[in-house]
Design a protein around this ligand. Structure first.
Ligand SMILES: O=c1ccn([C@@H]2O[C@H](COP(=O)(O)O)[C@@H](O)[C@H]2O)c(=O)[nH]1
Length: 271
């Protein structure tokens, strides 16, 4: 999917919502555990109930690979079930020396047909470029993450005096374009999002951290939105575990719609 199509979907749905599929056997309603594939049964219901409001789905790969071969099977079925006009993100946070990155890219872009993958930038150009060589696929590079530990390295000054996240943003724009490269920027970063936007004015940001992590959607839009929206805001637990009972799909729909309604207003205001 190209950037123009993604923005078209955002306008059509008046939404920049990404629903995170962090599906955990220990948290899904117990009646689903009788199903042959409880993870897929849960995801199918979540997708059915939230697809009207979502422009992206983001399965976090850890939740699937932790279950071994069965988890990979549930992931593949989930990916195939997601409507084709909805952007898909493999939140895998990969990246290694070039020949290994190439195989990670083949796994997520060829064996599975994800639109994008999250990648850690810290091994540099040769670790990121193999992902960018795939036509019509996206790399989503970690820039300024939502967790407490982001302060350990990402905001520290480098030799040239620039914080590491700024170096990542500036350097990586020599490797890809705003039509195949996005950045992860945490919703918990508040005004810092404006600083990130300054260094990457045209790129999309994947923004986790609203909902369970307490980030503010209003602040994200105020500081991060650009003329093509430029934002995919993720909520995982806040939507998919709104209820741990049989009504989980309906409750997920309510939470997704609430976010979409707020997003519609923010698009009017800032885009
Ligand atoms: O900086 C980051 C990068 C990735 N994540 C991932 O996003 C979701 C957030 O889940 P919530 O339940 O909405 O908090 C999860 O998969 C994280 O691994 C992030 O939170 N921050």
């Amino acid at each position: 999917m190209d950037k123009k199509t993604l923005f078209g979907n955002i306008q059509r749905k008046a939404s920049f919502l990404c629903v995170g599929l962090d599906t955990d056997l220990a948290k899904i309603p117990s009646h689903l555990l009788k199903e042959a594939d409880p993870i897929f049964a849960f995801n199918r219901e979540i997708i059915d109930k939230t697809a009207d409001f979502a422009v992206a789905y983001k399965p976090n790969i850890a939740f699937y690979e932790a279950l071994g071969p069965k988890g990979w099977e549930s992931l593949q079925k989930t990916l195939e079930y997601i409507p084709k006009d909805i952007f898909t993100i493999a939140d895998a946070k990969r990246g290694d020396i070039g020949n290994t990155s190439k195989l990670y890219a083949k796994a997520f872009f060829e064996q599975m047909d994800f639109d994008s993958i999250t990648v850690a930038p810290y091994m540099g150009k040769d670790s990121v470029s193999p992902f960018l060589e795939f036509k019509d696929k996206w790399v989503i590079l970690l820039a300024l993450t939502s967790n407490e530990g982001s302060k350990d390295f990402q905001v520290l000054g480098t030799e040239g005096g620039k914080p590491l996240f700024q170096q990542v943003l500036e350097k990586s724009q020599q490797w890809g374009t705003d039509d195949n490269l996005m950045y992860v920027v945490g919703a918990t970063r508040g005004e810092k999002i404006a600083e990130v936007r300054k260094y990457a004015p045209d790129h999309f940001f994947l923004v986790p951290g609203v909902g369970a992590q307490g980030g503010s959607l209003e602040e994200v839009a105020k500081y991060g939105m650009n003329k093509s929206c430029g934002l995919l805001v993720n909520s995982s637990r806040g939507i998919i575990y709104a209820s741990e009972d049989k009504d989980f799909g309906d409750r997920a729909r309510v939470e997704a719609e609430k976010l979409q309604q707020e997003m519609a207003k923010l698009l009017e205001q800032y885009c």
